[in-house]
Design a protein. Structure first.
Length: 243
């Protein structure tokens, strides 16, 4: 549940803090009072595109911050914990800043931890749903569609068990893949070592040593270079046909 919304230097709003009560809350006002800016501020937290034009004139940056009570969203709190974001008390604070310069560059935080705009939008969409004319953002998300179907079929508990089993299976699959990869590397290293040893035992002997295929052969040597049986010319030998 959204409990508080803070907006600073956004469009015509200098600084406003909006506290919301449980149940149905209504914002009213004449045209130009800033009602649409409040909705636009929530849109920034949902990951909508930001630009420097959104920053109030003369201000260096605009900032939007929303405080949520998410104790009834255990799956979301578990997801935040996996991302390394502390939300043990069930409070989730989403923040985003838009700079007046540098092309409207923006930064985002969840409970004080810096995150990407994409991560901010993913978490915000689990907490906020904006409905406008011809628009319902969350209904376009496949995960939300599945959750609605599970809730309608009263199968949320079953869906959670399936999700846990799938995550456990994927963890085992990754372990098996890692072991198979290590086995392939070890097999290649073994084959490479075997080939090296085989080349070392080949018929090419070291100088002064007769290869295995030449030993005990009465016929003239095969003239293999380096073979001990290869005939050598004496220093004073005269070549045939020499004068």
């Amino acid at each position: 549940m959204l409990t508080e919304l803070r907006i600073r230097d956004l469009a015509i709003i200098k600084d406003v803090k909006l506290t919301l009560a449980p149940g149905f809350n209504v914002l009213t006002g004449e045209t130009g009072a800033g009602k649409s800016i409040i909705v636009g501020a929530l849109g920034l937290l949902l990951g909508e595109r930001a630009s420097a034009d959104l920053v109030r004139g003369g201000a260096p940056r605009a900032r939007v911050e929303a405080v949520f009570d998410a104790l009834d969203r255990p799956a979301l709190l578990a997801d935040l914990d996996m991302r390394g974001i502390d939300a043990t008390d069930g409070t989730v604070i989403l923040s985003r800043e838009v700079m007046s310069g540098a092309g409207g560059r923006s930064r985002a935080w969840i409970n004080g931890s810096p995150v990407t705009t994409g991560v901010l939008g993913d978490v915000a969409r689990a907490l906020v749903n904006l409905h406008g004319q011809h628009e319902s953002q969350s209904l376009l998300v496949a995960g939300v569609q599945r959750d609605l179907l599970d809730a309608f079929g009263e199968a949320l508990a079953d869906a959670e068990r399936v999700r846990s089993a799938y995550e456990a299976q994927e963890a085992i699959r990754q372990q098996v893949s890692g072991l198979e990869s290590r086995r392939r590397v070890a097999r290649r290293e073994r084959d490479r070592s075997s080939q090296t040893r085989s080349r070392g035992r080949s018929g090419v002997g070291r100088r002064g040593t007769a290869p295995d295929e030449c030993r005990g052969v009465a016929a003239p040597c095969c003239r293999r270079r380096g073979c001990a049986r290869r005939p050598r010319r004496s220093t004073g030998e005269t070549r045939p046909g020499a004068a």
